[in-house]
Ligand binder design. Sequence first.
Ligand code: ADP
Ligand code: ZN
Length: 581
Amino acid sequence: MRLNNKIKITLSVIVIFTLLLTGYIYIKNRKGIEEIPYTLFLTHVEMGLVEEVVLSNNEKIKVRLENGNVFVTDNPRKVNFKEELLLNNIKVIEKDETINQTIPMILTVSIMGFILFHISRNMSKQAAKEMSQMSKIDTENNTKRLKFSDVAGNEEAKEALMDLVDFIKNPDAYIKLGARLPRGVLLYGPPGTGKTLLAKAMAGEAGVPFFPVSGSDFVQVYAGLGASRIRELFKKAKEAGKSVIFIDEIDSLGKKRQGDNPSGSEEGDRTLNALLTEMSGFNENDGIIVVAATNRIDILDEALLRPGRFDRQVEVNLPDVSGRYKILKLHSENKPISKDVDLKKLALDTVYFSGAKLENLMNEAAIYAAKEKSSEITSDHINRAYYTVLVGDEKKDRSAIQVRDKEITAFHEAGHALVTKLVAKDNRVTKVSIIPSTKGMGGFSINLPPDKMYQSKKDILSNIMIALGGRAAEEIIFGKDLVTTGASSDLEKATEMTLSMIALLGMDEETGLVNYNVVGNRNLDNKLLLNRTKETLDNLYLETKKLLMENIKVLKSLAKNLIEKEVLNEEEINYLITSEV
Ligand code: ADP
Ligand code: ZN
């Protein structure tokens, strides 16, 4: 909760509480005490019914009758009032009633004071806690220095960061040549894939201090503290000289700003602005690099991605089978692993596991072994750990995906890749993967068309067929009824391309050269456009299926290799296709 809200709530609680308390005391003082007119009181006096009167400076005086009844009446504030009463044989008690009112007042004030004291203590405690979290940064530097060799797999990300290590070490060499040093690197990808590890290793390799913070630390902070913590952080980093600042979960602090957002994100904005200011504030040759991590690059404020900020973006993906093998090996190094354990096979069985999950798996296995007082970790321990780790998962977690899903994705992606190579020979397919990336859901294939100024009608037709290749392969292998939702964005693209061809680009004989945007009816309410789009798509789909059927052997071998290796590079793809065709 933000401070303003917190204070508002506490204050209203105090106010309500005080009102209730005073009200209660007031009512209690007067409770059951009936008020009578002064004249009636005088009558009571005359009749000798009054036993006792409590005099005070208050506006009312308290009267007790002989029968025990008590009431109040107006204080006449008469000079000889007391004497008069005494002459009437009435007992007079003098009491400074103000005390009675002072007590609740003192009480209220002290309660309020106590509450305020408590809040401020909590606040300073919280602030102190947050500040101490900041100073924890320093101790981080005393822990073991990590190296890139402590990160298994993630080769591309490691390479990108290795360049930066040199920047940090010898900024002058680059500045002499007029190079602009990067200030920020954004690592993005699913949780547990080693982003923090990479940033730490980068600082370790460069031999500079590492200042880790988390974006979420800055959000649940009292007003203004977020911004000042950012400044504090950068100040510390500057004092340390060259260094790596690591901001985990940057999305919680740099979410896209929305115009209609209620004041709720003001504090976040202020923190974000402080970050942006600090980042443009340090000198390029300071040798400070800010590394940020997120698994939601799509929701980041664009301001963060501009040049001079996090202008380098490095994707850190889930490991493929060879990556998983390397990670498993790394995390087995310090453990006595029995000979019956086959890490290669284990790597195959752990599709969609992140590095963190693999580490967790080996750790759980070690715990099982230790519980049994076994001297080694056996495949039995690992098997049990495997299920523990899987069961502990959230349901939607990818690692529980069935083998069947893996097969479907493999054929789907193989379909795209193969159609590409068959209909557009100049396109390069540089990578096919069945490991989901942050961009593509199921799997993805990277398809680079040659550089051309214009696209021909044939190019567009080919691209539509490539988009349909995934669904076509699914249908051929698994049957019409078992096709999946995996093709939804493919179909969107294919429809879009077909409709443009027909409605805008004059590439369809029946609809002619008319640009239907100009006529004002490009959408599919237009029966003619809809019919032509459907016919064209249907024909292209049939053609795509036919093509895949003719090359079913290649399709199967691509898919089989994908299931085994999960990622195929350009060479492997080309090899598989040419050797079978
Ligand atoms: P992220 O920051 O991407 O969420 P972390 O870097 O915090 O992930 O990873 C958590 C743990 O998982 C690491 O401390 C390490 O033990 C293990 N791990 C993750 N990826 C790797 C990897 N590529 N190599 C070795 N260990 C890894
Ligand atoms: Zn697809």
